[in-house]
Write a protein that binds this ligand. Structure first.
Ligand SMILES: *Cc1c(COP(=O)(O)O)cnc(C)c1O
Length: 369
C-alpha cells in the first residue's frame, strides 16, 4: 500500500455496514431507521456515508443545519432529510431542496406556515419536536393546543413525524428519568395524533435508546454514534466497529541526551537517553493540547508511544525510545490497536467530540466494503 503523505482518516464502509446491520437487528423489522449524518457524518464524510447508508436501506437522514442537507441533495441523496436545527431565515432554502424542517417553537411554526402558504405548498412534510426533559428544543405540553390549532388551520403542511430526544439514554443511573421522558412523549404525541386524525411517525430513541430501550422504538429511531462504531457503553462497544482510523507518519527521528527538553515551553525534560519521533499532526488537525504531556499516546509499529511535551499546531512529538521504527513508518493515532474511546478518555472527553473534531485538512480515505 502506498504510504500516506501526511495524516489520513480512513473511513471503513464495511464497518459502517456492520454497525448499521447490528443496530437494525435490535429492532422490529417495521421500525424505520433514520441515519444521523450531521457534522460531516460525525467527522468522516457525509456524502460517502449517506450514499452507503442509502444503498444499505436506511429510511431517512437527519442533519443539523440546512447547508448539510443541501450538500447531500447535491450529491445524489434522494431519501427524505430532516433538518434538526433550522432557523427562520432558511425555510425558503429548505423547501427549494426538499428538506424537512424540525418545527420546535411557536415562532418557527408560524414562520414556516407563512412561507409555505405564500409558496402555495400543500402538505409539506414537517417534524414536530416535543420537549420531554432535555430542555433544549421543542414544544412543552401546554403549547400542544396552539400547535394543533395552527396546523389544522393550514393545508400547507403535513406532520411527517412527532419526536423528542432523550437526555441520558446511555446512563443507567438515569433510567427512571428516561422512562419518564418516554412516558411523557407517548402522552404528548398521542394528544396530537388524536387531534390530527392521521398517524405520523413517532421517534425518541438515539443510539443508546436503541440499545437500552428498544421497546421505546415507536415507529422510527434516530441513530448517529452507533453507525460510526460507538455504543456509549464498554459492554456494547465490542459489537460495533469504529468506522474511522486516524493514521499519520514519522517525519523525523531524533536521539536526545539526558537533560534535553522537547517542544514549546520546554515542557518535556528528557530523563535518560531517548529517541523521539516528530509526527505531522497537531491541534489544528483536531488533536487538542489536552492530549499532550503524556496524557495520550499513539501506536508505532504496534507499540504505544506517549505524546510528549505540548501539542503544536501541526506537529506532535512522541517517545519511541523502545520502539523499532524509522522515518516514513506509519503511525496509528486511533483505531486498530487503540480504541478511539480510550484515546478520547485519555483526553477527558467522549467519542463524539474526538471524531467530530478531526479537521478537514486531514485527508479522508474511503475503504469500500
Ligand atoms: C445528534 C442527534 C441524534 C443522534 O444521537 P446519537 O447519540 O449519536 O445516536 C439523535 N437525535 C437528535 C435530536 C440529535 O441531535
Amino acid at each position: 500500500m502506498p504510504k500516506a503523505k501526511e495524516s489520513v482518516l480512513e473511513i471503513n464502509l464495511g464497518n459502517l455496514a456492520h454497525n448499521y446491520r447490528y443496530l437494525r437487528s435490535k429492532l422490529d423489522k417495521e421500525v424505520k431507521f433514520m441515519s444521523v449524518v450531521k457534522a460531516h457524518a460525525y467527522g468522516s464524510d457525509s456524502v460517502v456515508i449517506a450514499q452507503k447508508l442509502q444503498e444499505l436501506g436506511t429510511d431517512y437522514f437527519a442533519v443539523a443545519y440546512v447547508e448539510e442537507g443541501v450538500r447531500l441533495r447535491e450529491n445524489g441523496i434522494t431519501l427524505p432529510i430532516l433538518v434538526l436545527h433550522p432557523q427562520f431565515h432558511n425555510f425558503e432554502e429548505i423547501i427549494e431542496h426538499c428538506l424537512e424542517p424540525n418545527i420546535y417553537s411557536e415562532k418557527i411554526l408560524r414562520t414556516f406556515i407563512e412561507i409555505a402558504e405564500k409558496q402555495k405548498q400543500k402538505n409539506y412534510p414537517v417534524h414536530i419536536k416535543l420537549n420531554t426533559g432535555l430542555n433544549r428544543l421543542g414544544f412543552d405540553q401546554p403549547e400542544l393546543d396552539t400547535v394543533f390549532e395552527l396546523i389544522s388551520g393550514t393545508g400547507s403542511l403535513k406532520v411527517a413525524s412527532i419526536f423528542s430526544h432523550l437526555a441520558a439514554s446511555e446512563d443507567w443511573k438515569e433510567r427512571e428519568f428516561t422512562l419518564g421522558q418516554i412516558d411523557l412523549f407517548r402522552k404528548m404525541a398521542w394528544q396530537l395524533v388524536e387531534n390530527l386524525g392521521y398517524e405520523p411517525l413517532l421517534h425518541i430513541c438515539n443510539t443508546s435508546g436503541v440499545i437500552n430501550y428498544p421497546k421505546a422504538a415507536f415507529t422510527m429511531v434516530r441513530s448517529g454514534i452507533g453507525l460510526y462504531g460507538y455504543g456509549n457503553d464498554e459492554n456494547v462497544d465490542p459489537y460495533l466497529k469504529p468506522v474511522g482510523t486516524l493514521k499519520t507518519i514519522i517525519s523525523q527521528k531524533r536521539n536526545l541526551e539526558k537533560g534535553a527538553t522537547v517542544g514549546y515551553n520546554r515542557v518535556f525534560k528528557v530523563e535518560k537517553p531517548s529517541v523521539i519521533a516528530t509526527l505531522p499532526i497537531g491541534h489544528a488537525d483536531g488533536i487538542n493540547r489536552i492530549y499532550g504531556k503524556q496524557k495520550a499516546g499513539v501506536f508505532v509499529n504496534g507499540k504505544y508511544a506517549p505524546i510528549i511535551g505540548n501539542v503544536c499546531m501541526d506537529i506532535i512529538m512522541v517517545d519511541v525510545t523502545d520502539i523499532d521504527c524509522d522515518e516514513g513508518d506509519e503511525v496509528i493515532v486511533f483505531g486498530g490497536p487503540q480504541h478511539p474511546v480510550d484515546f478520547a478518555e485519555a483526553g477527558g472527553t467522549i467519542s463524539y467530540e474526538l471524531i467530530t473534531g478531526i479537521q478537514r485538512r486531514v485527508t479522508r480515505k474511503v475503504i469500500p466494503e
